[in-house]
Design a protein around this ligand. Structure first.
Ligand SMILES: Nc1ncnc2c1ncn2[C@@H]1O[C@H](COP(=O)(O)OP(=O)(O)O)[C@@H](O)[C@H]1O
Ligand SMILES: [Mg+2]
Length: 587
């Protein structure tokens, strides 16, 4: 058996996920970044125009006409900037959304393909939370992150360049406070992210708590827990507010920090630059342009710290996603897609079948030998004896070694997993229903079936009468996880689905446990009729049902302790006899 790989993906593996999407949308990105550069370029011209205007005012060459022309130019530039901003936003941020969507679909497709052992390690809740946050972080890094990085690079290089061209010494002075600005943004945004994820986690707890309380509302009411629940909820809410306040404080700090650093630079320029205008003949226009460029530098300097965080977070998230995507399903496909069935030979055969759950020490099954040709066969045993495990192995929910389990004429490992699964209809004890109509629940995955077929299956499962008695009949909603139905009704709907699918082999793992005795009899007779020439494995505690099967195996602590038909098993006076006698006492 393969060992579980817990290794997380490398940065290179993670980035490899993005490459195809970037390639596919290269034209879009090229146009987007061109628009972005256009905006930067136009913004950088504005101080030049200002300089021209002011200098013309200073040397008295200005007239209303030239001033109006310059003003119109600034206005025209502003309009172009607005248009180009719109364009890059649509193109680049749109790209990041497309990227996010692709990763999400890829992840979902991967997750639904994973088998049970994977879900023993990853809970659905943590997967949902991680996937949501991680995808958002990647989207952010590939959207605003890339924009800010490109913008900061161009704007800072250009502003510094222009400043240098005006006066090198003044530039050095003006830039002195900038590293502090970048560093403080970096630290603050790192802290902010930490607190922001706490906010998200707390919000998750809050909604989970509310969901739990509402789903188990009858429990809450039954034990008069309303007050206690309210207090706990209120406590959770308080923490949520506290966490939010921390984020607000950090956000509040960020802006003053930037202003402080910017103004310190401004102070230096005002003093030393002012002196230059007075003493060294720097033009007033150059002085104003210089200050404008300096103001333009504040955002890119903040962006550096912010982008560093976005990139780091995005990469960490992408690595987590890549790690999930690198997980392989445990079950390996064979190559055979056809099963040869012989009505005389066993359809399922266990040959010294043993199994231990991943991560568990004690084997759940040990040395099982059994052969089931057509007919109805029983599997009995106390709770925890391994009955469900045996069923799960048969329907290929867990991988098993070669030479232990045969289907038709070959080892199950030789078939495609899907080929094997398509042979089985499985009714478990806990029935999975969707929050949908009864009709859709019965025909789930069998959309090709007709109304008559659906109703026939419901009749066979002895649930048709109940359904047509409902106001909306087959169109009635079953509610969240079937809460509007009794346990027995849910089981019968699940059984109807199984009978409608009409697979070659039917496995009922305690799936009739919530039915009353007379309904159970009716349903059993219907199953026997429908499966006359096929195979049914019936896990049950009920003597009534077991006694009608062709042969029973009795499991205890993962081993077969007795085999035979009901009468002969009962005659031996062992565990089976005790089990039967106990039930008859209760009856
Ligand atoms: N997913 C699992 N991981 C580890 N052990 C399990 C798992 N499921 C069941 N087991 C263990 O395997 C044994 C058999 O369980 P199961 O087949 O469900 O019994 P039964 O259906 O007869 O009540 C029990 O000891 C149970 O604790
Ligand atoms: Mg069980």
């Amino acid at each position: 058996m393969k060992s579980i790989s817990e290794k997380s993906a490398t940065s290179r593996q993670a980035l490899a996920l993005l490459i195809p999407v970037f390639k596919r949308f290269r034209l879009r990105l090229f146009l987007g970044f061109s628009a972005l550069l256009g905006v930067d370029f136009l913004q950088l011209i504005v101080p030049k125009i200002l300089k021209k205007g002011i200098d013309s005012l200073a040397d008295k060459s200005a007239n209303p006409h030239t001033l109006l022309l310059l003003a119109a130019l600034v206005l025209g530039i502003a309009a172009c900037v607005a248009l180009l901003r719109f364009v890059w936003r649509i193109l680049i941020i749109g790209f990041s959304r497309i990227l996010e969507k692709r990763l999400r679909v890829q992840l979902f497709a991967h997750l639904v393909r994973m088998d049970r052992s994977f879900y023993h390690r990853w809970s659905a809740g943590s997967l949902m939370a991680h996937a949501g946050n991680d995808l958002a972080a990647v989207q952010m890094a590939c959207g605003m992150g890339m924009v800010a990085a490109a913008d900061a690079l161009v704007m800072s290089t250009a502003s510094i360049g222009f400043m240098l061209a005006i006066d090198a010494r003044l530039t050095v002075l003006a830039l002195l406070p900038m590293p502090m600005l970048a560093l403080s943004t970096w630290i603050l945004s790192k802290k902010m992210h930490l607190h922001f994820s706490r906010v998200q986690e707390q919000f998750g707890r809050l909604t989970e708590f509310a969901r739990n309380a509402l789903v188990s509302i009858s429990l809450v009411k039954g034990y008069c827990l309303e007050g206690a629940q309210e207090r706990k909820f209120s406590e959770l809410g308080r923490t949520y507010v506290r966490n939010n306040l921390r984020v607000a404080i950090l956000q509040g700090l960020l802006h003053p920090m930037a202003t402080l650093a910017g103004n310190t630079g401004m102070l230096l320029v005002l003093y030393f630059g002012g002196k230059m205008v007075i003493e060294a003949g720097m033009s007033l226009g150059s002085f104003v342009a210089f200050i404008t460029y300096l103001a333009m530098l504040i955002w890119p300097m903040m962006a550096v710290g912010w982008v560093a965080n976005l990139a780091q977070r995005g990469l960490t998230s992408l690595r987590r996603i890549a790690t999930l995507l690198a997980e392989q399903p445990f079950l390996e496909d064979g190559i055979n897609s056809r099963i040869h069935w012989d009505s005389q030979a066993p359809w399922i055969r266990c040959d010294n079948l043993s199994f231990t759950y991943p991560g568990s020490k004690r084997p759940a099954l040990q040395g099982i030998n059994a052969a089931w040709p057509t007919g109805i066969y029983g599997i009995a045993g106390r709770s925890g004896s391994g009955k469900s495990t045996l069923c799960r192995l048969i329907v290929r929910l867990y991988p098993i070694d070669k030479g232990m389990l045969y289907l038709g004429d070959s080892d199950v490992n030789q078939y495609l997993v899907a080929t094997v699964r398509k042979q089985f209809a499985y009714v478990g004890e806990q029935t999975a229903l969707f929050s949908d109509t009864i009709y859709n629940n019965i025909s789930f995955g069998l959309e090709g079936s007709s109304k008559q077929q659906v109703e026939a299956a419901a009749k066979a499962a002895a649930i048709h009468e109940y359904i047509i008695g409902l106001d909306k009949g087959y169109n009635a909603k079953v509610g969240e996880q079937g809460v509007k139905l009794s346990g027995g009704q849910r089981q019968r709907i699940a059984l109807a689905r199984a009978l409608l699918s009409n697979r070659r082999i039917l496995i009922i793992d305690n799936g009739l446990s919530a039915l009353d005795v007379s309904t159970e009899q009716v349903v059993f007779a219907n199953i026997r009729r429908q499966y006359r020439d096929r195979l049914v494995l019936l896990v049950s505690h009920r003597v009534n049902l077991l006694s009608r099967t062709r042969e029973i195996i009795l499991l205890d602590q993962g081993k077969i302790v007795a085999v035979g038909d009901h009468a002969s098993m009962y005659a031996t006076g062992g565990l089976y006899t005790t089990m039967v006698d106990k039930q008859q006492d209760h009856a």
